[in-house]
Write a protein that binds this ligand. Structure first.
Ligand SMILES: C[S@@+](CC[C@H](N)C(=O)[O-])C[C@H]1O[C@@H](n2cnc3c(N)ncnc32)[C@H](O)[C@@H]1O
Length: 366
C-alpha cells in the first residue's frame, strides 16, 4: 500500500470524523504548550523576523490545526509585548498528505480569522494561512525558509509498514512478536525519523526551533496497545471467515511508538539539532476529558461503556481509512463494534488505558 496516496484520517465533521474525535491530541498540544513557549521565547530573543514562518506537519483536519496557530500567535504576541516589539506578520503552512481533508480546515477559517481580529487585534494582512500537501518524508519547503516547525501526534506514522515477518495473525507488534519483527519496526522508525530531521534541518533557518510530539512507549508498558488490539480483533474475524486470511497476512500497520531513548538516539546520531527538552506525558486513551463526557470515573458499567466508546472512536477516526482500503468498507462497523467490546474487557482487566506521549523541543545547530 502506498502510504503517500492512501493515508488520511476520517474526513468531515461527522460522528466518526477525526475533527470530532481528536480531544486526546488537543490535550497533548495543551501539555506541550509551555515547551513550545520556551522554544519560541528562545527563538525570539535571537531572531525577530518581520514575517514569522511556521509549519505544522501532519495537521490533519479540524479544530486542532487552528489551535496550533492560535497557540503560536498567543505566545509570540506576549513575547513581543514583553520585549517592547511590534508583533510580526505570521505565515503558517499547514501540511498533511494528499488525501487529507484540508477543506474542513478551510471552512473553519472565516470564523477563526474573525475571532483573531476581534479578540487578538490581528487585522487582515497580519496572518496568512497556506496549505502544503505532501509527505514530510520528502522536502516541503525551500532552504532556510522556516523559523519554527511544529508537528503534533504525527511522527509515529512511518513512511511504510515493515514487511510481514512471521506475525501473520497480527498487524502490529505484540509482546510475542518475533525479534526480527521488532527489529524491522525499530529500523523503519530510525530511518524515517532520521530523514525527517535531516530534511527539516535544511528547511529551517539557523537556530530555528522545532517542537514535536508523538505517541511513545516505555519499557514498563504492561498494557496491550490500541494497535495490537486491532490485530486481535481482525484475527477473530478471520477465524469466523468474515475476513480472508490472506488479507490479514499481507497487512501491517505503519505505526511505531518509540521509547524516549530510541527517539533521543536518532536525534543525537543525525546531529543537526540540539535537544532543548525531551520528556514524556502520560495520557489516558479511554477518558481524557472526563467532565466533557459526563463520566464520573467510578468505573461502573455505564462508565466503562462510555470510555470504551470514546477510545474506539479515537482509534477509528485515525485507522478506518487504512483498514477500509485493505479489508473493505462493509466490515468497518462490525470491526469497530468488536473492537469496542475488546476495550470493555481490557478496562475491566487493567482499569486504565494509559500510554506515554513524548514531547521534544529542538534547536537547529548553527
Ligand atoms: C493523528 S493526526 C494528528 C493531527 C494534528 N496534528 C493533531 O494534533 O490533531 C496525524 C496526521 O499525520 C498525518 N501524516 C502521517 N504521515 C504523514 C506524512 N508522511 N506526511 C504528512 N503527514 C502525515 C496523517 O495524515 C494525520 O493527518
Amino acid at each position: 500500500m502506498d502510504m503517500e496516496q492512501v493515508l488520511h484520517m476520517n474526513h468531515g465533521m461527522g460522528d466518526n470524523s477525526y475533527a470530532n474525535n481528536s480531544i486526546i491530541q488537543k490535550k497533548v498540544m495543551a501539555e506541550a504548550k509551555p515547551i513550545l513557549e520556551e522554544n519560541i521565547m528562545r527563538l525570539y530573543s535571537i531572531i525577530q523576523p518581520q514575517c514569522l514562518k511556521v509549519a505544522d506537519l501532519g495537521c490533519s483536519s479540524g479544530p486542532n490545526a487552528l489551535q496550533m496557530i492560535s497557540n503560536v500567535i498567543d505566545i509570540v504576541d506576549s513575547t513581543s509585548r514583553n520585549m517592547n516589539l511590534k508583533p510580526p506578520v505570521f505565515q503558517f503552512f499547514l501540511n498533511d498528505l494528499f488525501r487529507n481533508d484540508f477543506n474542513t480546515i478551510f471552512k473553519l477559517l472565516p470564523q477563526f480569522l474573525e475571532t483573531l481580529e476581534k479578540k487578538k487585534g490581528h487585522k487582515s494582512g497580519s496572518c496568512f494561512i497556506n496549505a502544503t500537501p505532501g509527505t514530510f518524508y520528502k522536502r516541503l519547503f525551500p532552504d532556510d525558509s522556516l523559523h519554527l516547525v511544529h508537528s503534533s501526534f504525527s511522527l509515529h506514522w512511518l513512511s511504510q509498514a515493515p514487511k510481514k515477518l512471521d506475525n501473520k495473525e497480527n498487524v502490529h507488534l505484540t509482546s510475542t512478536s518475533p525479534a526480527a519483527m521488532q527489529r524491522a519496526y525499530v529500523e523503519q522508525f530510525q530511518k524515517d525519523f532520521k530523514l525527517f530531521l535531516k530534511l527539516r534541518s535544511q528547511e529551517l533557518v539557523s537556530k530555528g526551533g522545532m517542537v514535536l510530539t508523538l505517541i511513545g512507549s516505555d519499557k514498563t508498558q504492561k498494557f496491550r496497545t490500541a494497535w495490537s488490539l486491532v490485530g486481535i480483533t481482525l484475527n477473530d474475524m478471520v477465524l469466523e471467515n468474515l475476513i480472508e486470511e490472506l488479507k490479514l497476512e499481507s497487512f501491517n500497520l505503519p505505526l511505531y511508538d518509540p521509547t524516549i531513548e530510541e527517539a533521543k538516539e536518532v536525534i543525537e546520531e543525525e546531529g543537526s539539532f540540539t535537544i532543548q527538552k525531551l520528556e514524556s506525558v502520560i495520557l489516558d486513551w479511554g477518558a481524557p476529558n472526563i467532565n466533557d463526557k459526563g463520566v464520573d470515573n467510578n468505573n461502573n458499567e455505564f462508565d466503562i461503556n462510555l470510555k470504551a466508546e470514546f477510545a474506539t472512536k479515537f482509534v477509528r477516526a485515525a485507522l478506518e481509512p487504512l483498514l477500509k482500503a485493505q479489508f473493505g468498507e462493509e466490515l468497518m462497523d462490525e470491526l469497530f463494534l468488536r473492537y469496542k467490546n475488546k476495550i470493555v474487557q481490557l478496562i475491566m482487566e487493567v482499569e486504565i488505558l494509559e500510554f506515554p506521549a513524548h514531547v521534544i523541543s529542538l534547536i537547529k545547530k548553527v
